[in-house]
Design a binder for this molecule. Sequence first.
Ligand code: NAI
Length: 250
Amino acid sequence: MTSAAPGRTVLVTGGAGGLGRAFALGFADPGTKVAVADVNLAGAEETAALLRERGAAALAVEVDVTSPASTEAMATQVAAFGDGGLDVLINNAAVYAGITRSPFEEIDPDEWDRVMAVNLKGPWMCARACSPHLRAGGAVINISSATVYSGSEQWMHYVASKGGVIALTRVMAKELGRRGIRVNAIAPGFTLTEASYALMEDADSYGVDRAALKRPAQPDDVVGAARFLASPDSSYMSGQTLVVDGGRQF
Ligand code: NAI
């Protein structure tokens, strides 16, 4: 399977660690340029160093995905790195580990706004800023969550933000499809990252009994879906959401 063809430029937001770092490293093919953007610049630089070790050209960018000015500066910098354009945008940045789990009646409205700002407005801001630079044949991949399908309790702000990501994927697929750009989403199930370990005391065994595959997911289990959605192998797919959860949601 090919990923982004050699010479293409890929941008991963939230690439300082976890799934974002795994997505970035999944595109470390010779000739591919990978930009890693995060509010955590030091982490993005670590990912960029790992990419360079693997022979890819890499750029680390500091961004706040909630900010129009910051996302526009990111897009300009990445397009310059990508010889005037961008081929693949992976909207992965989000907040969840630090947010409170509580019944919906008790969710703090300020926290609701913060979750929506990063997880839902963020992908819009990034896509909006990158749109003028996206080349025909390109792909946008939005990271949603399988919690949208399971309706995870006591987490309505997070679940709603990720449901919104599926909705904006469908609208963007229609609007960008006219330019030959495909837009799809990935809904990972619980995946072992530093952030998800911080969230669950029983992270290693969480949900394993309900998964068809009876094992937890590692970030690399999700990377193949992103490579597929960025590649010509999915050339007639747009507006779709791939659930990558080890068979938990059926
Ligand atoms: P993570 O916390 O390691 O990654 C999120 C990244 O986003 C961090 O590097 C963080 O610094 C960055 N970020 C947060 N706010 C930002 C902002 N305002 N601007 C720019 N960057 C910002 O989490 P993880 O586990 O790697 O998750 C990655 C993605 O996958 C998220 O979208 C998450 O919702 C989604 N996901 C994760 C699952 C899991 O079990 N790990 C399951 C389903 C979805």
